[in-house]
Design a protein around this ligand. Structure first.
Ligand SMILES: NC(=O)c1ccc[n+]([C@@H]2O[C@H](COP(=O)([O-])OP(=O)(O)OC[C@H]3O[C@@H](n4cnc5c(N)ncnc54)[C@H](OP(=O)(O)O)[C@@H]3O)[C@@H](O)[C@H]2O)c1
Length: 257
């Protein structure tokens, strides 16, 4: 049974019920391919089934802006989110962290250990691991202590140690494996705080964004970001506390660490 099939309460009202949303949603990394599609889907502008009136979006270009190299920016943004929720009289029920780094001016994913580079490794860990860890520190306390709430961190199947049959991509794989451990650890603390909470890592599949573009191979199934975002939100809508601490794919299937 997938997460989406196995649920007794949802984060959002079912389409066409006319019910109001029960909480606010926050997307961090909202200017990226998947982040923007998640915001559009949650806001209802993508024609998705889960319109959520209070959708908050943070990125390096938002106001306030977040910068993983500047923890004070995360603290300031968390204060802003708390103020927005108070103003709109909603509780933050969904947090999705959609930031991530694979390639850029700081370097390319490695094909061999001979290509390991301290600068690239530091950057990939800063964006994929340390940044999300600091997001946990400043934003998880905003989730309610009672009732259903979900924190989701975009990870990747290549971060699975047991699934690694191909090698390569040392830094990206290791940074996502470390993220998965952070998610597992935070899920335990969150459950102690709120037994109905869920904290999961998500694998979106291969999605057509700037991150995957140079690596898209002919024959590989690459999906549009809008479709992937809809799938991920369906999974989050149905995920249960029994599944907390795991990595789920876009169909709600549990992936091995
Ligand atoms: N696309 C895929 O096929 C695929 C597959 C598996 C997993 N994923 C994961 O899915 C997530 C979303 O990726 P995507 O495909 O949407 O990639 P993307 O379009 O490149 O978006 C990446 C996001 O990360 C943010 N980011 C990059 N560097 C940052 C930094 N130094 N500080 C703060 N934020 C930073 C970007 O923020 P700005 O907008 O401010 O630049 C952007 O929002 C990532 O975690 C990725 O690892 C993607």
């Amino acid at each position: 049974m997938t997460a989406a099939e196995n649920h007794d309460s949802t984060l959002f009202p079912a389409a066409g019920t006319g019910e109001s949303s029960i909480g606010a949603a926050l997307v961090i990394g909202a200017a990226g391919g998947l982040g923007a599609a998640l915001v559009a889907n949650l806001s209802g502008t993508a024609g998705g089934p889960q319109p959520c009136p209070a959708v908050l979006a943070l990125s390096r270009s938002s106001l306030p802006a977040i910068d993983y190299g500047d923890e004070a920016s995360l603290k300031m943004a968390a204060d802003w989110v708390a103020a927005q929720c108070a103003l709109q009289q909603v509780e933050l029920r969904l947090l999705v962290v959609a930031s991530g780094f694979l390639h850029g001016p700081q370097g390319q994913p490695e094909r061999s250990f001979s290509q390991l580079d301290a600068g690239y490794l530091a950057h990939v860990f800063q964006v994929n691991t340390i940044g999300p860890a600091l997001v946990m520190k400043h934003f998880l306390p905003l989730l309610p202590k009672q009732g259903r709430c979900v924190a989701a961190f975009l990870s990747a199947k290549v971060g699975s140690i047991s699934d690694n049959a191909l090698g390569g991509w040392y830094g990206y794989r290791a940074s996502k494996a470390a993220l998965n451990q952070l998610v597992k650890t935070a899920s335990i603390e969150m459950t102690r705080r709120n037994r109905q909470s869920v904290c999961v890592a998500l694998h979106p599949g291969t999605v057509d964004t700037a991150l995957s573009q140079p690596f898209a191979k002919t024959g590989l199934k690459v999906r549009p970001a809008e479709e992937a975002a809809g799938d991920l939100l369906s999974v989050l809508n149905g995920v249960t506390p029994a599944e907390t601490g795991n990595m789920l794919d876009y169909q709600g299937l549990m992936l091995p660490f």
